[in-house]
Design a protein around this ligand. Sequence first.
Ligand code: SF4
Length: 280
Amino acid sequence: MRSRWGARFSRVRLPTEASEAGLVAANLVEIFSSVQGEGTHVGETTLFVRFGECDLRCRWCDSPHTWRRATDCRVETRRGTGAFRTLSNPVSLEQSLAAAVALDVDAHRFASLTGGEPLLQPDAVLALARALRTRGPRIHLETHGLAVGALERVVAAVDVVAMDWKLASDVRRASDARRGPVADFHDDHERFLRIALRAPEVMVKVVVTPATDDAEIDAMCERIAAVAPKTPLVVQPVTPFGPVREAPGAERLLALVARIARVLPDVRLIPQTHRLLGAL
Ligand code: SF4
């Protein structure tokens, strides 16, 4: 099987637009095989391509090493072994595809383009999505849900848009002052959701912490209900990390879900699972 893909790989043609733009290389942090740990496709086999750089600063972010462009990209050499080799950035499309082929990309239900924030590199997302899609997996874009223009460029090559809905109680832009109030994200998220609906499948995820307040949850629900009320909304209790020391308790979580369900019928409470497995 691998040699068959290898033979095909040698004849890979690069997507025209990206080739013409000369932007088929990406700043990547890692490429590896695992199962989806979050959202409505939890547990499904997924090849992850993690992009470098993020323009947000979530207080609970468990991957601050992705905030800036990476010098090197680590590439898993055999599925599930945790053995990696290193590539220097930027990683070419050919190198990314070769890594995916070596990890049996065709055996995965999804290829997840994640970060960091992948939509900070839309040309690379478009090229990778098109190239990986022809090899079998559905393309699962995991994004902070704010880069509206970039999504417009890539959405036709994406099968699932998994967008976050960021709450200003815990998230600021990297360009914001470290202290003081920050503007909320509702307007940009609403615009993003309207574009995301061009994809075959969309889900929204909101991470909740002890700082989450009802008013911002209500504002989020009103915006989603105004655009696409049947959109699945995943409530993800924070996995404590960094300055966020604890998750909301069960009583608070169930009250939040009940509150949301009055407006959005498809609300689901799904914690991160890959930490339980000790997986990547
Ligand atoms: S958007 Fe993602 S990568 Fe960026 S700070 Fe938030 S959790 Fe971390």
